[in-house]
Design a binder for this molecule. Structure first.
Ligand SMILES: *[C@@H]1O[C@H](CO)[C@@H](O)[C@H](O)[C@H]1NC(C)=O
Ligand SMILES: *[C@@H]1O[C@H](CO)[C@@H](O)[C@H](O)[C@H]1NC(C)=O
Ligand SMILES: *[C@@H]1O[C@H](CO)[C@@H](O)[C@H](O)[C@H]1NC(C)=O
Ligand SMILES: *[C@@H]1O[C@H](CO)[C@@H](O)[C@H](O)[C@H]1NC(C)=O
Ligand SMILES: *[C@@H]1O[C@H](CO)[C@@H](O)[C@H](O)[C@H]1NC(C)=O
Ligand SMILES: *[C@@H]1O[C@H](CO)[C@@H](O)[C@H](O)[C@H]1NC(C)=O
Length: 938
């Protein structure tokens, strides 16, 4: 066993070997050397973790000669040359250790480098070796090839690595090395490959690397290197590959790089580089791949790039490049992928692009395959630039193109029918331009197309029936155009469709039989057209439908049967049609449903309790139908229900500085925008779930609070937010109470919608309770007064308003305080008017009583609620006041203490498990008022 070789034996052995080297013939030296190597290997093995020893290194074992314990016998029976991963020279000395991917776990600390005088190849990559790379690695005087990549080596690269005599290849990639790259590496004149990528190296790139005149491969990518790229790098004339990408470099690209005449790959992406692209880069005539993307490069693309005729891959995306695309790019005869997207390029797409040969020669094995099967991307990405003009018809000549992205490039004109010649094209995205004219029928020839996006243009005419030939298509988006006519019957052939959007066009007629039959259909958007007839019947028969919108059309009849058990459904928009059916029978149980809008149809019936099984339902709109009964409490609690509030309510607020009745949209709008500097963060006083609140000092000297609903990317969600916005306006204009925040006015504008309230100086109650010092300011008396104010407001909403209003979101962040610490209930975005004839009226009493316990406790504690509602404490007098009190305040005086006990008792009653036993807000309000007044400042 390795461990049986004691240190003492080893050291004796070394003494012997030194002696032997002086006196013995050379073959004896070798055999002794091999013993020394075997012992060193076994010793290192013994330091590795056990699982290693039992597997890959099982052949590493000495064969002790039992008849003798002399070390000379040991040398006869221990030959490492046959061990796993070990190779020897003819003299029997180890020249190579290849333990790549051998599950080694441990360190190199126990590795006796001095024992391997002939080791030329040390390959330990893809193991689990950790801690430092020992400086004694420099003792490997014959080392040519060192590969420690893919381990966990940490700390600095030892400077001593510069003492190696003749190394040619060093791979340290994929470790956890930190510190800077030792400048001593510049001494390794014989080095041809240096790879230290994917570590945590910092500091700058040592200029001494320029001395490595034989280096052909330099890879420093994915580190934290800073500083600029040394100009001297241009002296490394042998370089073929230069990877500096993904670092924190700065400055510009040195012009000297143009002198690296043999360079074939230059990757400088994501390196924080600025300045312009030196035209000298164009001198790199052997360059095959140039990636300068994701930097801050500006200026124009040098025409000289057109001289790099070997270029296969050109990526300049995500920079600030401007100017026009040089027509010389059309000379890149070997290019396969061009990505110039996300810049500020302008001018037209050069017609010379037609010269590009976007292809590569297939290998022998690939000779019978179609280009797209060869698997290499052949793409042209110019999206997100400021180009102009039209799409050159000549692009149709790029016959091997598989990806063409020209979206968001300000292109106009029509879609050239020549595009249809791109028979290998898989993805075509021309969306968000100003394209007009009709969709060319030739697109139907692109039978490999998987993705077709033409949305947000001004395309008109009808949809060519040839689109139905795109048998591989999965995703079609033609939304937001001016397409008219009917959907071609051939669309029924699109059996691989996952997503189809025809939203916001002027399409009419019936939806052809078979649309939506694709078993994989996830999304179908037909909204805002002029469709009539029935909804597509098989829409969810594949069971994967997640999004279906058919809103704002003239659909009639019942909803498709297949919707009944469409459990994948997340969003359903059917509003604004003439659909009929019993809402309790035609819909099912939707575990994933988040938004449903059935408004403005002819549905009837009662919302069934099934709907309670839509646990994710956030928004439900059913108004504008003949639906009776009430909402089951299960959904009432979790959803926003919409009673169409109508548009601007008639003014009921008098006297407000911007009262709704005197609301001059334009003036208010401009004053608010000016007072908040266009909703600058500087004026932000709070952010809530529904919007951001700003403080605005108006020219009149008055101060108002402005709530701006959050911007939502999604159109449908935005529409619902709009409903919520109107809901708040409707609620607040119909009620008036001293403890309810005052709405002065509102603005509904395409750019900014907002609500204007009275400004309450002290902000939200939550902000007081969360802060140690502020909490002390809120004395017991102030807190009791706040409880009372909130109770009055709720009592008013529940009992004095007709129909009654349920706020549904009473919490400390929705209670605002004025300068006198008077409480105001705010945020009525989710408030709801109750129908009095509701049969579920009593069960809704559950939402009646609520007195936030955090007022007494200083924080919201679930334990507190549990203790209050647990059977043992049902009698709230058992509660020890001092146990639940906010410890940040001094003990209350006797009189205050009595009031606190009253509040706690009420709070406990409000949490009664049986809703009917809870007190109403009216009762609570009465109890709190009848108690003796307490001076506010005591
Ligand atoms: C290897 O296993 C033995 C017993 O199985 C244990 O005593 C020893 O500590 C282990 N060594 C290491 C390096 O894990
Ligand atoms: C460039 O490559 C050619 C061909 O491999 C070679 O002969 C020449 O020496 C190289 N140039 C430099 C500066 O290394
Ligand atoms: C391209 O190369 C030719 C010949 O080397 C040279 O004359 C020309 O100036 C280069 N073009 C550009 C735009 O750099
Ligand atoms: C398309 O690719 C094939 C080989 O795959 C090639 O022969 C042909 O020239 C290419 N066409 C163009 C325009 O590059
Ligand atoms: C589709 O391709 C065929 C054969 O290449 C051609 O004859 C036809 O004109 C093309 N159709 C359109 C609409 O371009
Ligand atoms: C509902 O699902 C069941 C089971 O998956 C299926 O047998 C039935 O046909 C479906 N009903 C409809 C109307 O799609």
């Amino acid at each position: 066993m390795a461990s049986s070789i004691s240190k003492r034996v080893c050291s004796t052995l070394f003494t012997f070997l030194l002696f032997a080297q002086l006196v013995c013939p050379s073959n004896a030296v070798s055999s002794s050397a091999s013993t020394m190597e075997a012992i060193a290997l076994l010793k290192w093995k013994s330091t590795l973790q056990n699982e290693t020893q039992t597997s890959h290194l099982s052949s590493w074992t000495s064969l002790p000669n039992n008849r003798s314990n002399s070390y000379t016998d040991l040398n006869l029976s221990t030959n490492p040359c046959t061990w796993f991963g070990i190779s020897c020279n003819p003299a029997g000395s180890v020249i190579r250790m290849d333990l790549t991917n051998s599950s080694l776990k441990g360190t190199l600390h126990g590795f006796i480098f001095s024992s391997f005088p002939n080791l030329a190849y040390l390959e330990l990559s893809l193991n689990d070796l950790f801690e430092t790379i020992p400086s004694k690695i420099s003792y490997l005087s014959k080392l040519i090839y060192l590969d420690l990549s893919g381990n966990q080596f940490s700390e600095k690269i030892p400077l001593e690595i510069g003492l190696l005599t003749n190394p040619q290849i060093i791979y340290l990639c994929g470790n956890q090395l930190n510190g800077s790259i030792p400048k001593e590496i510049g001494h390794l004149k014989s080095l041809t490959v240096l790879d230290v990528c994917i570590n945590f190296l910092d500091g700058s790139i040592p200029t001494s690397l320029a001395d490595l005149r034989n280096l052909i491969y330099l890879s420093l990518f994915h580190n934290k290197l800073s500083g600029s790229i040394p100009e001297e790098i241009g002296q490394m004339k042998s370089l073929i590959v230069l990877y500096l990408h993904e670092n924190q470099l700065e400055g510009s690209i040195p012009t000297s790089l143009g002198g690296l005449e043999n360079l074939t790959i230059l990757y400088l992406y994501k390196t924080h580089l600025s300045g312009s692209i030196p035209q000298e880069i164009g001198k790199l005539k052997y360059l095959k791949a140039l990636d300068l993307s994701e930097n801050q490069l500006h200026g124009s693309i040098p025409a000289s790039l057109g001289n790099m005729t070997n270029l296969v891959y050109l990526a300049l995306f995500e920079n600030q490049l401007s100017g026009s695309i040089p027509r010389e790019i059309g000379n890149l005869k070997n290019i396969k992928d061009i990505d110039l997207s996300e810049n500020q390029l302008f001018g037209s797409v050069p017609a010379s692009f037609a010269n590009l040969r976007i292809s590569r020669k297939p290998t022998f094995l690939e000779r019978n395959k179609a280009p797209e099967e060869i698997g290499q991307m052949k793409s042209l990405n110019l999206h997100e630039n400021q180009l102009e003009g039209s799409i050159p018809t000549s692009l149709g000549g790029l016959e091997n193109l598989t990806i063409l992205y020209l979206y968001k490039t300000h292109l106009s004109g029509s879609i050239p029918q020549e595009i249809g010649k791109l028979k290998y094209l898989k993805a075509l995205d021309l969306s968000e331009n100003q394209l007009h004219g009709s969709i060319p029928a030739s697109l139907g020839n692109m039978t490999n197309l998987v993705y077709l996006a033409l949305f947000e243009n001004q395309l008109s005419g009808s949809i060519p029936r040839e689109i139905g030939n795109l048998k591989n298509i999965k995703d079609i988006d033609l939304s937001e155009n001016q397409l008219f006519g009917s959907v071609p019957a051939s669309f029924a052939n699109l059996s691989n469709l996952i997503s189809l959007s025809l939203r916001e066009n002027r399409l009419s007629g019936l939806i052809p039989q078979g649309i939506g039959d694709s078993m994989n259909l996830k999304s179908l958007e037909l909204g805002s057209n002029l469709f009539s007839g029935f909804l597509p019947q098989n829409i969810c028969h594949g069971g994967s439908l997640q999004n279906f919108s058919a809103d704002n059309n003239h659909f009639t009849g019942r909803v498709p049967q297949s919707l009944k058990n469409c459990t994948s459904l997340g969003r359903l928009f059917l509003d604004g049609n003439q659909l009929i059916g019993d809402i309790s029978k035609d819909f099912g149980v939707y575990p994933n449903l988040r938004i449903i809008n059935l408004g403005d149809n002819n549905f009837h019936g009662k919302i069934s309790s099934n709907w309670g099984w839509c646990p994710k339902l956030g928004t439900l709109r059913i108004s504008g139908n003949n639906i009776i009964g009430s909402i089951p409490p299960e959904i009432e609690n979790s959803t926003q229900l919409h009673n169409d509030p109508g548009l601007a309510p008639s003014g009921q607020h008098e006297g407000g500085l911007l009262s709704v009745s005197t609301f001059d949209g334009r003036k208010l709008y401009e004053e608010i925008i000016r007072a908040t500097d266009g909703f600058d963060d500087m004026y932000c006083t709070g952010r809530g779930g529904h919007g951001t609140v700003y403080k605005a000092n108006l020219p009149t000297g008055e101060i108002v609070a402005v709530k701006k609903p959050h911007q939502l990317r999604d159109d449908h969600e935005e529409r619902f937010q709009q409903d919520q916005f109107l809901n708040e306006i409707k609620t607040l204009t119909e009620i008036r109470h001293r403890n309810i925040v005052k709405l002065h006015g509102f603005c509904s504008h395409a750019r900014h919608s907002f609500l204007v309230y009275a400004y309450l100086e002290r902000g939200s109650l939550a902000s007081f309770l969360e802060n140690e010092d502020a909490a002390k300011v809120l004395s017991w008396c102030k807190r009791l007064n706040i409880v009372k104010g909130v109770a009055h407001a709720l009592s008013y909403l529940h009992h004095d308003c007709s129909p009654p209003i349920v706020h549904r979101d009473i919490k400390s962040s929705n209670i605002l305080l004025d300068s006198q610490y008077e409480a105001y209930v705010s945020d009525f975005g989710t408030a709801q008017f109750l129908k009095l004839d509701s049969s579920n009226w009593t069960s809704l009493a559950g939402t009646y009583g609520f007195v936030a316990p955090e007022l007494v406790q200083g924080k919201h504690s679930n334990d507190f609620i549990t203790s209050l509602s647990s059977p043992t404490s049902a009698n709230s007098s058992i509660i020890e006041l001092k146990d639940v009190m906010d410890q940040r305040l001094p003990s209350p005086a006797c009189q205050v203490k009595d009031k606190l006990v009253t509040v706690l008792k009420l709070a406990a009653d409000c949490l009664n498990l049986c809703p009917q036993s809870r007190p109403t807000m009216h009762m609570i309000s009465q109890v709190l008022s009848s108690a003796p007044q307490i001076a506010r400042h005591s």
